[in-house]
Design a protein around this ligand. Structure first.
Ligand SMILES: Cc1ncc(COP(=O)(O)O)c(C=O)c1O
Length: 357
């Protein structure tokens, strides 16, 4: 019940343990097509360029930035936690002039603040984290995407923790480039980064003046492997793709709306149970994620000692605070398979026991 990886269904583990076929085998190629199709359904997009990058969520972030940023480009990045900070670092490494739109950790990125940053410069790209896992803040992105487009910039969205746990509507929101990870609300082991690029982003990647500095993540090369040509690029992690195929099948069998509702309901049950213990969530109610709950550590309670006891005595793992929230919060994940009423109850009972003695 930490910030990810989440629990993985037995059928996903079984799929991952299946015998290997070659990565250009017709059976695997068929599976690649099915994965692309299922990812389109989960991202709610028609984007042809939708596939899992070989690597974790950070590889998805890097994929978007190395392809879409050229040295000297101005980019506007929302920074309200660890992952916005990482985005800004990565954009700088791509040679961008980074303008940060900062918000306190535990709060969302406000469109008004993005508008001010956009007006001051001429950004080529605007990027935000949808679900900031380090704090539990859920930034609404529709208005930010509109502002980016009105200024002629591309809009990039991090959905590592949101995808599969709350609405992500890539086409409706006109997100130009989006990336995620497998190990949060998709409940698959870590190791792949689902990505999707829309037409504007693809155009930018194709019209670049400079070569993409990463050979491995160059979309122009990856397109020949994940597209119809099937030109060898790298050896896809076969077993991880087996696992993702099964995990996506489970997500779609449950249905996106039902799955989102399950995350909302368990979050509300957790919130009610925490309140009964006299505990509060850090993020204001309207800005709160369902799948990542940042709980304020009460005065006089030793944060790390409680986490240790939950693990040692109750076999429950939760996460610690990071950066300015270190020592001040617990991060309780209700992601994918982990997001079950029984887990909420078990956690509340265990936490109550740890706080009483
Ligand atoms: C919002 C967000 N973005 C990016 C990442 C990086 O993903 P990974 O750790 O899989 O590389 C994470 C990981 O927790 C995340 O929560």
């Amino acid at each position: 019940m930490g910030p990810g990886p989440s629990n993985v269904a037995p059928s996903v583990l079984a799929a991952q343990a299946a015998p290997l076929v070659g990565h250009l085998d017709p059976a695997f190629v068929k599976m690649m097509e099915e994965i692309k199709g299922m990812l389109r359904q989960v991202f709610l997009t028609r984007n042809e360029m939708t596939f899992p990058v070989s690597g974790t969520g950070s590889a998805g972030m890097e994929f978007c930035f190395v392809n879409l940023i050229e040295p000297g480009d101005e980019v506007v990045i929302g920074v309200n936690g660890v992952f916005g900070t990482r985005m800004a670092d990565l954009a700088e490494r791509c040679g961008a002039r980074v303008v940060k739109v900062e918000a306190p950790w535990g709060r969302i990125i406000e469109p008004e603040a993005v508008a001010v940053a956009i007006e001051r410069g001429r950004p080529k790209l605007v990027a935000v984290v949808h679900a900031e896992t380090s704090t539990g803040a859920w930034t609404p992105i529709e208005d930010i995407a509109k502002l980016a487009h009105a200024a002629g910039a591309l809009f990039v969205l991090d959905t590592v923790t949101s995808l599969g746990g709350c609405p992500v509507r890539v086409d409706d929101w006109q997100v130009d480039a989006v990336y995620s990870g497998t190990q949060k609300c998709l409940s698959c082991p870590p190791g792949l980064a689902p990505v999707s690029l829309g037409p504007r982003a693809l155009e930018k990647a194709r019209q670049r003046k400079s070569k993409v500095q990463s050979w491995y993540l160059d979309v122009n090369l990856l397109a020949s492997y994940w597209g119809q040509e099937r030109v060898y690029h790298h050896t896809a992690p076969i077993s991880m793709n087996y696992a993702l195929h099964e995990a996506l099948r489970l997500v779609l069998a449950e249905g996106l709306e039902t799955r989102w509702r399950r995350h909302q309901e368990n979050h509300l049950a957790l919130k009610t149970g925490l309140a009964a213990l006299g505990l509060e969530l850090v993020v204001p109610e309207r800005e709160r994620l369902w799948q990542l709950n940042a709980v304020s550590v009460p005065e006089g309670v030793e944060e790390a000692a409680v986490r240790r006891r939950l693990l040692d005595e109750h076999r429950i793992e939760i996460g610690a605070g990071l950066g300015p929230l270190k020592g001040k919060i617990w991060r309780v994940g209700l992601m994918g398979e982990t997001c079950q009423p029984a887990n909420v109850q078990r956690f509340l009972t265990a936490l109550s026991a740890c706080l009483q003695t």
